[in-house]
Design a protein around this ligand. Sequence first.
Ligand code: ADP
Length: 728
Amino acid sequence: MTDIIRVAVAGPFTEALDYLPPANGPAPAVGVRVRVPLGRRERVGIVTAGPTASDLAADRLRPIIDVIDPTPLLDPATMALIEWAARYYHHPPGEAYLTALPTRLRRGDPATPGQSTAWHLTDAGRAAQPDARARRAPRQRQLLEALQRSGTLTPVQLAGIGGDARSVLRRLVEQGLAATDTAPDYGLLPGRADQPGAALNDEQQACAAAIRPTAGHAAILIDGVTGSGKTEVYLDAIARTLECGRQVLVIVPEIGLTPQLVQRFQSRLSGRIAILHSGLADGERLNAWLAARAGVADVVIGTRSAVFVPLARPGLIVIDEEHDASLKQQEGFRYSARDLAVLRAYRSDVPVVLGSATPSLESLANAAQGRYQHHALTRRAGHARPPSMQLLDMRGQPTREGLSQPLIERVQSHLDAGGQALLFLNRRGFAPTLICHECGWLAECDRCDARYTYHRGRGRLHCHHCNREQRLPHHCPSCGSVDLRALGLGTERIEAALTEAFPQTPPVRIDRDSTRRRGSFEQAMQRAQTGETRLILGTQMLAKGHHLPAVTLVAIVDADQGLFGADFRAPERLAQQVIQVAGRAGRAERPGEVVIQTHHPEHPLLQQLLHGGYPAFARTALAEREAAGLPPMRAMALIRAEATDRHAPLAFLRAAVPLAPADDAVERLGPFPAPMERRAGRHRAQLMLLADSRGDLQALLSGWLPALGRLPEARQVRWSVDVDPAES
Ligand code: ADP
């Protein structure tokens, strides 16, 4: 018998690996990072158990190389959450652990925050007379006075003073008037709480009253139309939680984490705020993570992966825009931050709030089954009135680059009345298709089953699926004709059409192409917000949570692209998009108007949105999912496989099927080629599993998946499991 330590290490291992304790020094505690040998390499891993007895012969095991953390980096609750997620999503635990850590910790850097230097006065400095040095050293006098006023000076304050402040301070230190000290600097933002909140209306009050910071777990769905004051309710609940001395975790979609939102939180809350998102430098991310873990940050606002951040004293979790697809990771460790946040809140016995103007069908079903409390905010807060919505029948209408004459007139009348117009098209580039007018040749990506998007500004063809780019051909590679034409609409094309139709009012385009430069998105939004730009157009980047008070007209340029999608979730996504974009209209005093261009005005989805809004749509959609036996009424998982070889993915899945334990409770569909069979040069196939109960589905997967890796066919493919997939 040997004492071993179990270490979760990144790699395709379904369990933690066994190691001997380090040769010199004590056995590391659970939750500590260690360096271990793996093959001929060295890896950073997390101790998950030990020391425990093992039957394995000691000579087959290798010792831990060294112990990185003096005390556990991860607490038991965080570890349990990660382990649970790894099991539920059938992902290797070592990989799951590493996903949960900031890059620096993943690499094995020490878990210590940044340091900052501060200057303070000595006793001699306190007694010194600044006037004495008025003429000889005016800068020294200035800094001595500044120190005497504030007691200490931080680098941020020095930046405000400017010039040679540091070298002047060094002279004061030499004279014994000042001294320096260093302190941990987590880079947190101070909450200023210098603006009062709105007095909550009746609906908001009822909702806020349901969020009780110290009363244990409750899941609360805030189903509130855009502008109904959901954020005000969050802020009220967050402030009350902070008063109880607890921390709050706020999870938002990547695009929702704007400087605007952060400023609003700062102006309303006291306490220290940490921000966690993928755009941060590694050091900033580490600092924010450590601050959350140490309890130094009171509020943590973060994107998806923040769901794993350790909290010293959790009190409340908020998930804003809970319907947003970006809360589910789409590759590798395919976890849902929303679902894990709810589980985490349950296990920590704290409330969780899920907010959206267009709740996911999953959350609505949970509410209907009594698992979530359902609170509707049906009215816009303040003076804002709901926008009116109408369909614009495109059939037979003359159009100018996708803009119908009635739409152009509508835009004009809003501009004339001093309003702002926002046009939404969820497709960037100039046109989704380039075609030869002579022979019908289409510009297709040679690595995907997809067409190139034509980007006129850059003079290039770009595949939006694999990112491959090409120069625009001068002539058709098939017949040599120079008559190549752009088919269909993209934002660049709408921009050109608007520029022509409204020469006095240059539009601003907001999509991923126009906002590549750092800060350009914020700049464009600022121009839109201040009203400097009266015509705004863009993709879904515009749809999320931004306050555009002067927008009075919102136009959905092309609703048809979402009506006939292959994915069963396409109608849900379209309805959410329409309602979210529509929500940008008339958020302040001016009434708003929403027009939707379509060739299918009689389509039931559009009719329902028009007459009953999102709730009516959601009711029908849920009934349809029930009838079809689809999520959220049933649990779903996909087994995905891909390979450069055309036949290998299907061959692997076909070989996998007979290995499944006999189980009548799980329905199997496929294997089929994936909806876009070839992407980035790889052929893809999938097998769909559906069950009435999550437990049945999980039991089947647990009994089955280990056998798949042993199939000879598995060596020809990359395969993965996607539990609760968000897209097929
Ligand atoms: P949501 O998060 O639902 O989109 P917000 O919380 O951002 O809504 O509120 C929309 C606007 O209405 C904001 O300008 C907010 O300050 C204002 N508001 C919210 N609640 C109230 C209220 N009870 N009284 C007055 N104004 C309010």
